[in-house]
Design a protein around this ligand. Sequence first.
Ligand SMILES: *Cc1c(COP(=O)(O)O)cnc(C)c1O
Length: 446
Amino acid sequence: MKPTSILVPTLARQIAAVFGTPAHVYSQAALERQAAAALAFPNAFGLTVRFAMKALPNAAVLQLFRRMGLHFDASSGFEARRAIRAGVLPCEISLSTQELPADIAELLGAGVTVNACSLSQLETLGGLLPAGAEIGVRVNPGRGSGGTGKTNVGGPDASFGIWHERIPEILAVATRCGLRVTRLHTHIGSGSDPQVWQQVSALSLGLTRHFPEVVTLNLGGGYKVARVESEKGTDLQAVGAPVKEAFERLAGETGRQLRLEIEPGTFLTANCGVLLARVQDVCDTGENGRRFLKLDTGMTELLRPSLYGAQHPMEIVAADDGVANGVVSDVANGGVVSGVGGGAGEGGATADFVLVGHCCESGDLFSCAPGEPETLAPRALPAATRRGDLCLIGGAGAYCASMSAKNYNSFPEAPEILVGVDGCPRLVRRRQTLEQILQNEVLPED
Ligand SMILES: *Cc1c(COP(=O)(O)O)cnc(C)c1O
């Protein structure tokens, strides 16, 4: 998906001028479109869509989704608190966490629902909840699938959820603690193979047979989006239709009409955000070397390339409508021309550039090979790209502002800007100051 389809060049220049770069920019129209698509997920007996808020936890985004009728999946107690502070009702929050928070009793008391993600969590929750209370359990169904090994959270190599063979123990603990297991939860990874997701959905549905009181099956998130052309997004209608039929079959056999929950993060936000940066230097490593574009952003805003070898589309927008901006690098105008077409919005020759971030390590690389964070994979961009031009990095709505190497090299956290359906950009998080980076530092007293 072209970044300029989310953020047109004139608006990109305007935002850069008003708010500076780097900046995270989100499109309300795109977020609403994705939410509407998720709410249309095929279902037989009711649907709750929960936004996996770790993907993009800004309060403005949470409120936008809440207005559209979405509920929320929190991955930590702090996320649950953050959602509550943004105006989300506790009963709209489901917590599935690797680490039970210290204030879990208060969260439960407020009405946050929880999926016990281990047997010990189930015990602890049993000790806190009144007899007869309802609880969810997250089960590792025995299979996983993720876009990368790092985001596969199911199967024997993943610690998430209670291993499916331990269902008798789940039932025993629940009975002993007087808990009623009314929700079953599985989430097998981010960027799951749609076929594996479907198979696991069938498996999960089968597991509900062990839990007579389960009324809700939560099938997690993980739906793929295509950030670059070579990737294929998951069609929610296509993966959901057979799952809906399976729910209907189960109802036909057992009379149980289960409600469906899904928890997308990526799907709802990934292609709704652009990281707006500026080319702050252009250099090369000789005739047989590389040509580099150094950006004023990096792993401090977007860690996914360094972490996963993730692919993000990138476009150059000339600083000044094609008018030279005064700082012209010789290299930028003299390198090898590798192709023609698609210049900085004006057409023209392209050249291969390696795009790097501003942190002092070679791992701060944006133009890496798919799945290979350390392998340079130059991108064809306008040969005339020069210092001061804007670089728009697409697919940057999910796991970017929320998952970065924040403050590395002491770069301040970038602002977040939400472009409304009226086309107006509004600041939804200010740029951090050096003062704020240092505010918790104390010198030892001697
Ligand atoms: C991260 C996460 C999700 C969302 O995953 P996406 O790949 O962003 O859709 C959903 N459920 C749980 C429990 C998660 O941890």
